[in-house]
Design a protein around this ligand. Structure first.
Ligand code: 6A9
Length: 787
């Protein structure tokens, strides 16, 4: 019984938050403290929508569909690669008060713009303008239905106001944080000042069991019985939400208290047209005028000019001579990083060795950028450090807030769940086996890269107001950074002093060509063939070198004891130790070490599927790993991103003779060099472009990734500008790599309409998830030469 109790107590630890005061005050996101940031496009998973930074926000959004299309049911709502849009994303977005997005559907383009206006006590007003234009290639002007909606999330209520039978002219509502508000739906016109257009209206007022069900509810309520009749003779049936179906059958068994209001306004009209939607806060009393029509146009115009000016003063791309088209691309990349930010609230599902089953993490908020609005619209720990490198050059305050949110999620052990899947909407996008986060698993502590940038800003311009808030921010962050660092330093310690090892590698050595290391962020990058406690990982060694150095700096700035961090940093920075632990004389490169053999391959094997499954009596062929030579303790000798880490994180001294080898590998087309950027794994490596299982295509085994390439250009810039024997070589390679990266990411964007997760090392083509405007947007910093 005692042991059971102990297990229970230990099992609680994983879900016990760290006791130090939170970095963020409980009300820091409230409209009283931060009105400008209250409303935002914090729903990156939908093509267009807004919510507030609050736990159970009222959400607003847009769905649309083309009428009389070949295939009915082309309803668009959440960003889906399967929609095969020709491209979509923010062209401008300042992260706070306005944005301009274009969504290129197959025959028409929707421009979605929003502007906010401050006033009252609840984050003010905003207006949307949706402009629809058919493509010049479209055979006729398509008829489109826009479906504007508002939904509550458990708390608050909405009332629909209907006029002219079916036209929902406005929605009024109230919620705890918004007080009273009104949303007014304007009528479509052919353009500003132009007369109205023929339109048909429908609406739906119903209950929803959760925000993840909105698309389904609308789909299920579609009815074909309505008639579109712009001229006398013309009568065509079209699809619309059925205004007569008031309650939804799906929710009958659900707890009625958990049901939320859901109101949809559908307008069906032929392109071209423009529509405005106006949100007004009840507490905003002395409004000079309504933010619609020409007032809105003027306001948008002002924001665009301000955005352009700030963009140029932040990144200086015009001054560097980039073409206007290249600058548009860079603006879109930054805007999608900012416009892709989400505010999530909820609980992770986590597990420790002391839990028999997964348990729920405490509820909490997360303000974060996301890697990809379509495929993974949620927070990823190591992606975020890269995101903040870009965001901090635009809005330091925002970076501080994001880092604070992440560190406020830390538990008493010093662990932060790697992938943040916080609410039903997020969970609905993730296969169940990937939802649970395990507390022995790390992810590179890239937030130290972002902190490094903040410290540099503090150092360069201590008089700036953002710098003034920096010290109090660091002070509150500090106890959390300490325990975070400690967690890495202990739980990810390696087999010998000053070495480190990623935990959480794949355990089943029989089915994977090389068991994956998802925790390192580099997933299937080759590591020791047989995972064991004897491994040591060079990338983690380098992350810890960086982390200990930043810890020492932060401690010094705060006047805290810093000797221990300094000692660690000093020890790890010693290139003799690095060489001793990780230099492979065979490979002439830095390398992991572990129980390893190169003699592995995937082989067809006949197996009997377990009884109960179809065809179980027949043998089927499947791929299994065959090991031709027993593994032994040795260097892994894979050449690629991992071997570059001492260079990437600038741990090598500029006069290190190892630089010679590294620069040689980088510029060798048979190894890492391509005309599009550095490939992740050497073309000469035995695992280059090899699949890991029958179903698992190569990922970090050759493709070009922009986050690591960013670190590479940054390192070349560094070594190219300080004295040392490799200065000139580094400077030359810097120019070439930089040019290759910019040209290719830009070209792919122009060709395909998207920024991509990775790029093919043989053709330069964008591949993987898209749009991916997480770390691939670091191209902007490469253009700006801001490192
Ligand atoms: C699986 C798919 C509907 C993989 O950018 C996020 C991460 C990186 O942190 C990591 O380094 N990506 C990289 O190797 C994407 C991970 C996506 C996992 C989601 C479920 C659901 O599909």
């Amino acid at each position: 019984a005692r042991r059971r109790r102990r297990k229970l107590t230990l099992g609680r630890r994983v879900v016990t938050l760290h006791p130090s005061p939170r970095v963020l005050d409980a009300n820091s996101s409230s409209p009283a403290v931060s009105p400008e940031r209250y409303w935002g496009t914090y729903r990156p998973q939908v093509y267009f929508g807004m919510k507030t930074r609050s736990p159970r926000s009222v959400v607003t959004g847009l769905m649309w569909m083309r009428q009389f299309a070949e295939m009915d049911g082309n309803l668009r709502h959440t960003c889906e690669q399967g929609d095969h849009l020709l491209g979509y994303g923010w062209l401008m977005h300042d992260g706070v008060s306005f944005g301009v997005q274009e969504v290129h559907d197959r025959e028409f383009t929707l421009t979605t713009e929003f502007v906010k206006r401050m006033g009252g006590d609840h984050g003010g007003d905003w207006t949307w303008r949706i402009t629809a234009k058919q493509h010049s290639t479209a055979s006729s002007a398509p008829v489109i239905s826009l479906m504007f909606y508002a939904a509550t999330d458990v708390q608050g209520s909405l009332q629909a106001h209907v006029e002219e039978k079916n036209r929902l002219s406005s929605v009024t509502g109230t919620s705890e944080e918004l007080g009273n508000f009104k949303i007014t739906f304007g009528k479509p016109s052919a353009g500003e000042g132009a007369s109205g257009k023929y339109a048909r209206y429908n609406y739906l007022q119903t209950k929803s069991p959760g925000l993840d069900k909105l698309t389904d509810i609308v789909k299920n309520s579609l009815n074909h019985k309505f008639t579109f009749s712009p001229t006398k003779g013309e009568k065509r049936p079209y699809f619309a939400v059925d205004s007569y179906k008031v309650t939804n059958h799906q929710n009958q068994q659900k707890d009625p208290k958990m049901e939320s209001d859901f109101v949809v306004h559908q307008v069906t009209v032929q392109t071209p047209f423009q529509i405005e939607v106006l949100f007004e806060s009840g507490s905003f009393r002395e409004r000079p005028n309504q933010l619609v029509g020409s007032v809105l146009t003027d306001e948008l115009e002002k924001r665009k000019v301000a955005f352009d000016e700030k963009f140029e003063s932040s990144f200086g791309l015009q001054a560097k001579g980039f073409t206007s088209s290249q600058i548009e691309f860079a603006k879109a990349a930054l805007s999608n990083m900012l416009g892709g930010m989400g505010y999530f609230f909820g609980q992770s599902v986590v597990q420790s060795a002391y839990n028999e089953h997964p348990v729920l993490y405490p509820e909490g908020p997360l303000l974060t950028a996301v890697p990809s609005r379509s495929f993974f619209p949620r927070g990823f720990l190591w992606d975020e450090g890269f995101h903040q490198l870009l965001i901090s050059k635009w809005d330091t305050q925002l970076t501080q807030e994001v880092i604070a949110h992440w560190l406020d999620l830390i538990n008493v052990e010093g662990w932060i769940p790697r992938e943040q899947i916080l609410d039903d909407e997020a969970r609905s996008k993730v296969p169940s086996e990937f939802i649970v986060q395990h507390n022995e698993n790390a992810n590179p502590p890239t937030l130290f890269l972002a902190l490094q940038e903040l410290l540099e800003q503090l150092d360069a311009q201590p008089e700036l107001s953002s710098s003034q808030t920096m010290i109090p921010f660091l002070r509150r962050l500090y106890p959390r950074l300490q325990i975070w660092f400690e967690w890495f330093n202990t739980t990810q310690a390696g087999p010998i002093a000053s070495s480190y090892r990623w935990r959480g590698r794949d355990k089943d050595t029989n089915i994977f060509l090389n068991p994956k290391t998802l925790t390192s962020g580099l997933d299937d990058y080759p590591r020791a063939s047989h995972p064991s406690a004897d491994e040591r990982h060079v990338d983690l060694y380098c992350w810890m070198t960086l982390a200990s150095g930043i810890m020492a700096n932060v401690a010094r700035i705060l006047g805290e004891p810093h000797q221990v961090y300094e000692n660690t940093h000093h020890a790890l920075s010693n290139n003799d130790l690095l060489n001793k632990l990780h230099w492979s004389e065979n490979l002439h490169a830095f390398s992991d070490y572990g129980n390893h053999t190169q003699a592995v391959s995937l082989q067809q094997e006949k197996v009997f599927v377990p009884p109960g499954q179809p065809r179980h009596q027949f043998p089927v062929a499947r791929l299994v790993r065959s090991v031709r030579k027993a593994p032994k303790l040795q260097y892994v000798n894979a050449l690629g991103y991992v071997s570059l880490f001492p260079f990437l994180l600038q741990i090598l001294t500029p006069d290190s003779p190892k630089m010679e080898h590294i620069l040689r590998d980088i510029q060798d087309p048979d190894r890492l060099w391509t005309p599009y950027g550095l490939r992740s794994l050497s073309r000469s490596d035995p695992l280059y472009m090899k699949r890991n299982t029958e179903h698992d295509a190569p990922y970090w085994r050759g493709a070009i990734w922009i986050n690591i390439n960013y670190l590479a250009v940054r390192a070349l810039h560094h070594y190219g500008s300080i004295e040392g024997p490799y200065k000139e070589k580094a400077a030359t390679l810097y120019q070439e790599l930089r040019t290759n990266l910019i040209n290719n990411v830009y070209k792919q964007y122009m060709d395909t309409g998207y920024i991509w997760e990775q790029y093919s090392d043989s053709t330069g083509r964008g591949q993987g998830s898209h749009p991916f405007t997480g770390w691939s947007a670091l191209t902007v910093l490469i253009m700006a030469e801001e490192y």
